[in-house]
Write a protein that binds this ligand. Structure first.
Ligand SMILES: [Zn+2]
Ligand SMILES: [Zn+2]
Length: 342
């Protein structure tokens, strides 16, 4: 459904008077159904400032540490909130919704979407649509976040602040659009982060009241556990679009700028093996060898032991060992890799 909108000529957000446009954009902060957003043909690369105020505000709120201070427990909760949501983005938004590298139940699928939405990177349909498009046209002019084509800042974050970035190509996500609960998540993508932020505020208030020795408050936990951890998670995620197509080693001739970078793999729990990923996006595991640390994969493997997910897909040995660029000889026996263990 809604496929017809992808062929219309102009997004609703650019029609009418300037005041109407701003009001329409403010409304889209709260209700952003991708199905109602057509691709922007009118100045698609222009940043929509009235729509990106919440994104700017997320960053500005981090400066509230000046007033709320810091405590060890707030830093601990921030780290845990970062890890949980980075895993939700890499394990679910990326390896499940975008690439369907494993299977799960319909209930778990929805919960994965909810967990991913806490990272404030919009809904799973929007995320997957743009990401599938990236793979289809990687580092070509139509790739919205190619550093090669558009420079670092556009690849890092400029691309989704533009008119073009708001409207996903829904033709690429028909499989996900079949589920009304996922469409609901995309339509009200702000609901989940608001609840998550509220939970942080309540957690801080609870600790302040019952464990005053920890030295935290509701507002402190909100600033650290929600705003700071979200912004750090933002920029960690964005490095894969900006840096992982520039810095690192290219094991495979993939026809794009994707690289393998161990530091980015640590920051993003495994996504830094980006050249591997472009080589074979259908694999649940992105670290193709045992020494390529891929924490998301280890956590997904644990979920499979619990029976929550199944049919994790591996990279075929011929794919892994073929297409290797000159000068990238493989020194380790494939018997050590664990490939084929699924
Ligand atoms: Zn890429
Ligand atoms: Zn991908």
């Amino acid at each position: 459904m809604h496929d017809s909108v992808t062929t219309s000529t102009c997004p609703a957000s650019v029609t009418g008077s300037p005041v109407t446009k701003v009001l329409r954009n403010l409304q889209l902060w709260f209700i952003a159904d991708p199905a109602t957003l057509a691709p922007a043909h009118d100045a698609p690369d222009r940043i929509e400032w009235s729509r990106v105020i919440p994104f700017v505000g997320m960053h500005l709120m981090c400066f509230a540490v000046i007033w709320v201070g810091v405590s060890p427990v707030a830093v601990l909760v921030t780290a845990l909130a970062y890890l949980l949501r980075m895993f939700a983005i890499t394990g679910f938004y990326h390896r499940y919704f975008s690439h369907r590298t494993f299977k799960t139940s319909r209930i778990a699928q929805f919960l994965f979407g909810v967990l991913g939405a806490t990272a404030v990177q919009r809904g799973p349909i929007w995320w997957a649509a743009h990401h599938r498009h990236h793979h289809a046209v990687s580092d070509q002019p139509a790739d919205p976040h190619s550093p090669e084509q558009h420079g670092f800042w556009r690849a890092h974050m400029g691309w989704f602040l533009t008119r073009h970035g708001f409207a996903p190509n829904l033709q690429r996500v028909r499989d996900l659009q079949r589920y009304p609960e996922l469409r609901w998540l995309d339509r009200f993508d702000i609901a989940v982060p608001v609840l998550f932020a509220w939970g942080m505020l309540l957690l801080g208030k609870y600790l302040q009241r019952h464990h005053p020795e920890l030295g935290t408050t509701g507002w402190q936990m909100l600033v650290w556990g929600f705003f700071i951890s979200t912004v750090v998670c933002y920029h960690g995620t964005y490095t894969i679009n900006s840096l992982a197509h520039v810095f690192g080693k290219q094991r495979y001739q993939t026809g794009d700028g994707s690289r393998n970078n161990w530091l980015l793999a640590l920051i993003t729990l495994g996504e830094g093996w980006h050249n591997n990923h472009h080589r074979y996006p259908a694999s649940t595991r992105q670290g193709f060898y045992w020494w390529e640390i891929d924490i998301t994969y280890y956590l997904l493997k644990m979920l499979s032991w619990l029976g929550i997910i199944w049919d994790l897909r591996a990279v075929p040995r011929a794919v892994r060992d073929g297409g290797v660029k000159a000068g990238n000889t493989l020194h380790h026996s494939s018997a050590l890799t664990g490939i084929g263990e699924h």
